[in-house]
Design a protein around this ligand. Sequence first.
Ligand SMILES: C[S@@+](CC[C@H](N)C(=O)[O-])C[C@H]1O[C@@H](n2cnc3c(N)ncnc32)[C@H](O)[C@@H]1O
Length: 179
Amino acid sequence: MNFVRDKFVALDPEKCELCYLLCRALRARRVVEFGTSFGVSTIYLAAAVRDTLRDFGGQGTVIGTEIEPTKATAARENISEAGLADFVEIRIGDATETLQDVGGAVDFLLLDSWIPLIRPVIAVMTPQLRAGSMILCDNVELFEAEYVEYTSFIRDPNNGFRSVLLSHQGGLELSVKLG
Ligand SMILES: C[S@@+](CC[C@H](N)C(=O)[O-])C[C@H]1O[C@@H](n2cnc3c(N)ncnc32)[C@H](O)[C@@H]1O
């Protein structure tokens, strides 16, 4: 964990583009990201929210969360440089605390962070996700064993989600909240 403290680990451009497309398809206005790092994926999410608001009006935001304050500061600078600061709020701290109340129904959730916390974060987020919202979780195939707690939960239809593994570049789990 200490090794990656200041490392630049970002979602691949193709996966970022998929996030953009899914958010546009959902007309997502409230987007949450667990694991902001330097803000690369956040920029795609925020661009999607910006473009949805431009085309359909209303209000919206991306709530990113990052435990390392220096990374959060760098993310804010990068997002600002991209002209997207008005569409992003970065919360500094542990996601299980910072995401307790994101202020309304969530349309899209990106999970791209420390694997042991993915399941606890889903517990915090599930009541805040609207029916039809989507969750994208990165690298579930690459770290199959580590993700088993999450994948066994999200793939069990009794838990209210429908889910599929997109077997590409480490694997992405795409899930929809049904009710
Ligand atoms: C893979 S990186 C995120 C990359 C980012 N999504 C992107 O594409 O640019 C994961 C980030 O999660 C952060 N992190 C780890 N544990 C966390 C926690 N408990 N709460 C919030 N963020 C955490 C790490 O500091 C790291 O910057």
